[in-house]
Ligand binder design. Structure first.
Ligand SMILES: C[S@@+](CC[C@H](N)C(=O)[O-])C[C@H]1O[C@@H](n2cnc3c(N)ncnc32)[C@H](O)[C@@H]1O
Length: 331
């Protein structure tokens, strides 16, 4: 029997933007927060949101069919991930991150024009950062960065390490979490000068100013603080091309003491480039944001490490389907 093909998948893809739009609007009108607070009927939601009943009906139908909402008897309830991450006021609220790329929507729909008339710089969107925009940016990254950092310290034992260098450390999530976990560890967050002003605020809030310092610098050039015995670079891999990433890895190698280790955490493609989709899309995001970045494969990342001189190089899943971690040790 031959496999029947149809247009369903292609039609879904052609209108995939509708899914993003529904999620943004649900967050705008605080749909999930209202439901979590007990306003779990359409009548109550109409009252709380001030929307017309027909629009609540439309939104609820979309949210139910996208499995953002479910029925609990006669009442509406949030799906478990929605209840954990999309209810305002909850400790793991990640709405800021979900909204983070919303301003890029029109850019994604100009992709063809952008490819035909490319206009990019090495740093892309990071060329124009101000202290204010960096604060806003890291409000969003922190809402998921600290969760990722907790996963990192559960996965990697740094109890014998003394000094971590956190390249592009942003909110300081990895450094703050690492020094809170490992008693003997100090950390330096290296990030662009406007960003480290915001980083200092996160460090002060966490009360770890005696163990985490910052350095305002561009990691695409210059030598790194040395000696250190751990380097982490998390969630900025697709921003840069192979030449830049290879250079960062090589300069990290130089900054490390013998026996030191580096972890590169980011969205990486499988070697045949058939996924994950998210990694490919973050690479494309750099067209939209105007940098020279692209999606890198796991094999390419291993090669940057080996070329720099690292041994025991391996890539493992960090968050399956999203983030991978490339490890290497300096002999
Ligand atoms: C997505 S954030 C990740 C922040 C943090 N590592 C985390 O995982 O929560 C990317 C960070 O890389 C920083 N960055 C990008 N390019 C940089 C450069 N050339 N030099 C220093 N920092 C850079 C950005 O300013 C931003 O703070």
């Amino acid at each position: 029997m031959t496999n029947r093909i149809d247009t369903t998948r292609l039609q879904d893809m052609a209108r995939a933007y509708t899914t993003s739009a529904v999620l943004y609007t649900a967050l705008d009108v605080r749909l999930f927060t209202h439901i979590s607070n007990g306003h779990n009927s359409e009548a109550a939601l109409t009252q709380e949101t001030g929307l017309r009943p027909v629009d609540v009906d439309r939104l609820v139908s979309c949210a139910l069919s996208l499995e953002l909402l479910d029925w609990d008897g006669e009442n509406l309830c949030n799906a478990p991930d929605v209840e954990t991450y999309l209810v305002e006021g909850k400790s793991r609220y990640a709405g800021a991150w979900m909204m983070f790329t919303r301003p890029d929507v029109s850019g994604w729909f100009q992709m063809t024009e952008k490819m035909r008339q490319p206009d990019s710089t090495k740093l892309g969107m990071y060329d124009e950062l101000t202290v204010e925009s960096a604060r806003k940016y890291h409000q969003a990254t922190a809402s998921i960065g600290f969760g990722a950092a907790r996963r990192f310290v559960r996965t990697v034992d740094l109890s014998d390490r003394h000094h971590l260098l956190d390249l592009g450390g942003g909110s300081g999530a990895y450094s703050i979490t690492a020094v809170e976990t490992f008693d003997g560890l100090k950390a330096t967050v290296l990030d662009l000068p406007p960003v480290v002003v915001a980083t200092e605020e996160y460090i002060a809030d966490a009360g770890v100013g005696n163990r985490v310092t910052t350095l305002g610098a561009d990691f695409t050039q210059g030598d790194f603080p040395s000696p250190v015995d751990v380097v982490v670079m998390a969630s900025n891999l697709p921003i840069y091309n192979s030449e830049v990433i290879g250079g960062v890895v090589a300069r990290s190698f130089r900054a490390l003491e013998p026996g030191g280790e580096m972890h590169l955490i980011g969205e990486m493609l499988d070697n045949d480039r058939r996924g994950p989709v998210d990694a490919a899309m973050w690479g494309m995001n750099e067209l939209v944001c105007g940098s020279e970045g692209r999606a890198h494969t796991r094999g390419e990342c291993e090669q940057y490490f080996r070329s720099a001189g690292f041994v025991d190089v391996e890539v493992t899943d960090f968050v399956a389907g999203t983030l991978a971690r490339c490890f290497g040790r300096k002999p």
